[in-house]
Design a binder for this molecule. Structure first.
Ligand code: HEC
Length: 149
């Protein structure tokens, strides 16, 4: 009887040691949920620094951004002076992050590639953001209401 109790103790204690180790936490622990500060920082980067809304928000007939459809995808209205073969004609919806997972969207912002490793087409910029900035932007985009169909 005693040996079995001891065995259970050894298993439990070693389990606790492994799961509390730094390496385990780094690999398997869930990332902390975004705070209000992360979301506000993401809003600032999107709206005031990178100006994502200039392409990803549709415009009203007078040319102003349509705040009622903030970041819900829009036709691209700018053209290059010289033709660029793979110029995209639409910027997809970002509000609520409807088509990419968090990790896929972070990758777009950190190295400019899509889910299959393909480069995103111009005029989407190839950003090389710091992971903390990409995460803040993703937190902000997810906090926005997606389009209701
Ligand atoms: C100059 C216009 C422009 C700006 C500014 C811009 N984008 Fe884009 N974005 C695009 C276009 C066009 C695409 C589609 C590219 C393609 O089809 O390969 C795109 C694609 C994306 C995608 C892939 C989404 C999907 O569903 O395919 C993400 C994510 C994204 N942009 C995020 C952002 C964020 C975040 C910012 C600001 C930090 C930003 N974009 C700024 C034009 C722009």
């Amino acid at each position: 009887m005693l040996p079995r109790v001891m065995l259970v103790c050894v298993v439990v204690v070693s389990g606790l040691i492994v799961t509390s180790s730094n390496a385990f936490q780094k690999r398997f622990a869930l990332p902390a949920p975004p705070t209000k500060t992360d979301i506000e920082r993401g809003r600032y980067l999107v709206e005031e620094v990178a100006k994502c809304s200039e392409c990803h928000t549709p415009r009203k007939p007078n040319g102003e951004l349509d705040e009622a459809a903030w970041l819900r995808g829009a036709p691209i209205w700018i053209q290059p002076v010289a033709r660029i073969a793979n110029w995209a004609d639409r910027a997809p919806a970002l509000a609520g992050l409807p088509s990419f997972t968090d990790v896929q969207a972070e990758k777009v912002l950190e190295d400019g590639t899509g889910p299959n490793g393909e480069e995103l087409r111009p005029p989407m910029h190839i950003y090389h953001m710091a992971p903390a900035d990409a995460r803040a932007i993703v937190a902000y985009l997810k906090s926005l209401p997606a389009e209701v169909h």
